[in-house]
Design a protein around this ligand. Structure first.
Ligand code: PEP
Ligand code: CO
Length: 446
């Protein structure tokens, strides 16, 4: 195989990249970002890899979630706090329901670039580059806004740093303290149907904590703080390259812009630039596994990205759709087992279940999402494997983008507060309700 360097991907075909008008400006931004401090550290990356290895062995569960695409304008204290809250609340419910430790990974602090089905978008005979996320260009249908601007990578990097700085402050500052789960209550949850059950779970955890502390006479272990990791799709390769560096104490290269980069479903070509880039870094890697990936291709990908079969290195995020998972998942699980590999399998029940309403809004139904998850748990069990986590597009705000859930949102309700420019997300209530139901899916009870 060729020698890997942070920019060896440039010798391979790179799909889903913008057509920058000025390559020298791109190179200059990459140099600027690479001289800035990293967002994460190599020991955090190694700690996450260890946790993912435990999840693959059935000792943990991975909760991976956040926006389809973060917007620069969403870098506000309210939106970040709400996103962190819903992920913490879901993880609390999962710890309680699954009786397993939960690893929390947010699609945040860098989830700014999006793959698109076409390079150009045409309106009234005018063709402009597609919007590829704030890391690349702006969504307004104007030539100036759609022109890819490399400076957006620097804007994105600074917003990622601001986001992560605030998340870290909240997490170590007691926001995640199990003794004070009332910090996590969102006003608009009010009398929502899942709220009562959530409060019951919280009260039960409070009682258990008190019991343990009474017995031991000291504060319970880590209940005052939690680990929180970041993740984004490793899509815009100059951005990923920019923070790929070595560290004094550990061998190898790390992408220190995020803990868990993932390979998107559209860039999984084992001979492509994205796979070339990812094979050389030591971070754990997610791989989106969709209906078009054959068992042979998956094995080839694993050989490229994880030749040594290292525990925790690979998280397979399958995303098929409720009508497709039953046919497509078993052959993949069997091929991976036959190859003697033990990756962490998690389910993304969002991306195969998107439809467009009569009004032209992209949506997903709560029941389809829950349904695909149910199949995922069952199929893994039947194949002697294990579903070790879930991947959601969600937000901590009260948007109306997915239908269903306890409030029964219908197509006609979606206009009320539809904000996503890309994929529809579970709102706060729907996400919490989903977490409450997952424990039952794991037991095969739903
Ligand atoms: C995504 O996770 O937002 C995404 C684009 O997913 P996929 O690559 O699975 O289509
Ligand atoms: Co998406």
């Amino acid at each position: 195989m060729n020698t890997w360097t942070p920019d060896s991907w440039r010798r391979f075909q790179a799909l889903q990249q913008p057509d920058y008008p000025d390559q020298a400006a791109v190179d200059d931004i990459v140099i600027q970002i690479s001289s800035l401090p990293p967002l994460v550290t190599s020991w955090e990356v190694e700690a996450l890899r260890g946790q993912l290895a435990e999840a693959a062995a059935g000792q943990r569960f991975l909760l991976h979630g956040g926006d389809c695409a973060e917007r620069f304008a969403d870098c506000t204290p309210e939106i970040i706090t709400n996103k962190l809250k819903i992920l913490l609340q879901m993880s609390l419910v999962l710890v309680h329901g699954l009786q397993r430790r939960v690893t929390r990974v947010g699609r945040l602090a860098g989830q700014y670039a999006k793959p698109r089905s076409a390079d150009l978008e045409t309106r009234d005979g005018v063709a402009l580059p597609s919007y590829r996320g704030d890391l690349v260009n702006r969504p307004e249908f104007e030539a100036d806004a759609r022109r890819p601007d490399p400076f957006n990578m620097l804007r994105g990097y600074t917003r990622a740093a601001l986001t992560l700085n605030f998340v870290r402050a909240l997490v170590v500052g007691g926001f995640a303290d199990l003794h004070h789960p009332e910090n996590w209550d969102l006003e608009f949850m009010g009398l929502a149907p899942a709220a009562a059950e959530y409060r019951r779970v919280v009260a039960e955890i409070g009682r258990s904590l008190q019991f343990m502390e009474t017995i031991s006479g000291q504060p319970a272990g880590d209940s005052g703080r939690v680990d929180f990791f970041t993740s984004h799709e490793a899509l815009l390769l100059p951005y990923e390259q920019a923070q790929t560096r070595t560290t004094p104490k550990r061998p190898g290269w790390f992408n220190l812009a995020t803990h868990l980069p993932w390979l998107g479903a559209r860039t999984v070509d084992p001979g492509g630039a994205h796979v070339e880039y990812l094979r050389g870094i030591r971070n754990p890697i997610g791989i989106k596994v969709g209906p078009n990936l054959s068992p042979d291709q998956l094995i080839e990908l694993l050989e490229r990205l994880d030749p040594e079969g290292e525990p925790g290195r690979i998280t397979l995020i399958h995303r098929f759709g409720i009508g497709v998972i039953e046919a497509r998942l078993p052959p993949l699980v069997e091929a991976v087992a036959r190859a003697g590999r033990k990756p962490l399998w998690i389910s993304d029940p969002m991306h195969g279940n998107t439809r467009t309403t009569d009004d032209g809004l992209k949506t997903r139904s709560f029941d389809d999402i829950l349904g695909e998850l149910g199949h995922a748990f069952r199929i893994h069990r039947a194949c002697g494997s294990r579903l070790g986590g879930v991947h959601f597009e969600l937000t901590g705000d009260n948007v109306t983008e997915c239908t269903g859930g306890a409030r029964g949102l219908a197509d006609g309700d979606l206009h009320r507060d539809y904000r996503s420019l890309v994929d529809p997300r579970l709102n706060y209530e729907q996400a919490l309700e989903m977490a409450l139901l997952i424990a039952r899916l794991d037991e095969g009870a739903v």
